[in-house]
Write a protein that binds this ligand. Structure first.
Ligand code: GDP
Ligand code: MG
Length: 442
């Protein structure tokens, strides 16, 4: 597996502090193979590797994991980022009804099936009224197919009129949706075996008539490398708003997802996971990243190790506070950690005794910019002042304020906060020390 290969590359590195460029490059050779095996398009894989290499070089290796494992985690995080982050991008139905959703893609990609799947979701999950219309006049049974699916998901389809052209069907569908007070109109368009000018001209004409709020490109995840060219062509011709990846239930390793994102820059909104009409799921970047790398266990191992390090640091700080040793240098370390960990929102969970301090900070209208300012204030103090804040008389405070571009009242506020933290700690000590913390702040 990739994990084994990386372990081999990195075994000799054990015990060294930071990842260097040559080591990372060696590891990336293995990652590249894993990406190509998962069907990520070659240029996309290359760009991805470059970006991860840049991020990984120089990173500290956590004590309890191997450098190889750490690289896997970095690769995994970057994959998730490139696949769209933590959350699935939702269907956007926030417009004046009827909200038009236009489905585009090659023949056989799963457009008609996905149209019916979405219609079902819109009815069941969004509680909205949908109308579907097939604009596929190329294949004899295409319109009939959508009608049958519509009956299965209990969503109306536009009555079929033989001989009508796509643009005319589209305008009739708009009229009908308005008359029926449908919230959403789904337009299932024709596909071809390959992208060609006639297909694109038709798509553009329909787009012009219907002004769709969502234009979803349906792509078969099994097509791998080819999917990139298809996505590129469509993306150049019509403004896509998202992608649906079908056949994610099959052998697809998910590489097409990364390629789609990289080529179109548009979110992947859904994954089709079967032929049945309820087989559609919001697209989850983390799951697909795991599928591409196939190393979920390594990732969670490294995540746990990182948590341990944070916990150790928090424990160390708490102990210093208990002993009355928590000085402004420690406060500064904390402030920096808060910034790294996502600002004030994370505060309460990070440090015992901080709940009260956080309340005080918020009362005085503090936001995350203040963290940066407080960092600057401490930076303008001498080491002696940081170790013994009582030294800060009015004259020194004015000097620190000038040095950090702040006001004396900002210095006072910071010192007050430091005091609050000290008081909270004394209280905890009275209540039984660190062991009592769980009950107090758990
Ligand atoms: P269209 O030509 O783009 O409209 O494609 P269709 O919707 O007619 O789908 C072509 C075939 O793919 C049908 O047999 C569908 O049942 C099947 N299909 C569509 N989506 C999925 C999916 O997510 N998983 C699987 N296994 N099959 C799918
Ligand atoms: Mg179809």
């Amino acid at each position: 597996s990739l994990s084994d290969r990386l372990t081999g590359v990195f075994d000799r590195l054990r015990g060294r502090g930071a990842l260097n460029e040559q080591d990372v490059r060696e590891a990336m050779r293995e990652v590249r193979i894993a990406l190509l095996e998962a069907d990520v398009a070659l240029p996309v894989a290359r760009k991805f590797i470059d970006s991860v290499t840049e991020k990984a070089v120089g990173q500290q290796v956590l004590k309890s994991v191997t450098p190889g494992q750490q690289v896997v985690k970095i690769v995994n995080d970057e994959l998730i980022e490139m696949l769209g982050g933590d959350d699935a991008a939702p269907l956007d139905l926030d417009a004046k009804p009827p909200v038009v959703i236009m489905m585009v893609g090659l023949q056989g990609s799963g457009k008609t099936t996905s149209t019916a799947k979405l219609a079902r979701l819109i009815r069941e999950k969004h509680g909205k009224k949908a109308l579907m219309a097939s604009l596929d006049v190329n294949r004899p049974a295409a319109q009939e197919q959508l009608k049958v699916l519509g009956e299965q998901v209990d969503v109306a389809t536009l009555p079929i009129i033989a001989g009508q052209q796509p643009v005319d069907i589209a305008s009739r569908a708009m009229e009908s949706a308005k008359l029926q007070s449908a919230d959403v109109l789904l337009l299932d368009t024709a596909g071809r075996l390959h992208v060609d000018d006639a297909l694109m001209a038709e798509m553009k004409a329909v787009h012009g008539i219907a002004s769709p709020h969502e234009v979803l490109l349906v792509v078969d995840s099994l097509t791998g490398q080819d999917a990139v060219n298809v996505a590129q062509s469509f993306n150049e011709e019509i403004p896509l708003t998202g992608v649906i990846l079908t056949r994610m239930d099959g052998d697809a390793r998910g590489g097409a997802a990364l390629s789609m994102r990289a080529v179109t820059g548009k979110p992947i909104k859904f994954a089709g996971t079967g032929e049945k009409l309820d087989a559609i799921e919001p697209f989850h970047p983390s799951r697909v990243a795991n599928r591409i790398l196939g190393m979920g266990d390594v990732v969670s191992l490294v995540e746990k190790a990182a948590q341990v390090v944070e916990q150790e640091e928090a424990d160390r700080m708490a102990e210093r506070m208990m002993k009355g040793q928590f000085d402004l240098n420690d406060l500064r370390t904390q402030l920096r950690q808060m910034q790294n960990m996502g600002g004030l929102g994370m505060l309460a969970g990070m440090l015992p005794g901080m709940k009260k301090a956080k309340a005080a900070m918020q009362q005085s209208g503090m936001d995350d910019k203040v963290l940066v300012r407080m960092d600057a204030i401490i930076g303008s103090m001498t080491q002696k002042e940081r170790a013994n804040p009582a030294l800060l008389n009015a004259k020194r405070k004015r000097r620190v304020a000038a040095g950090s571009g702040t006001q004396v009242q900002d210095i006072n506020r910071l010192l007050k906060m430091h005091q609050e933290m000290g008081k909270a700690m004394k209280q905890i000590k009275k209540m039984g020390g660190l062991k009592g913390l769980g009950a107090l702040f758990g």
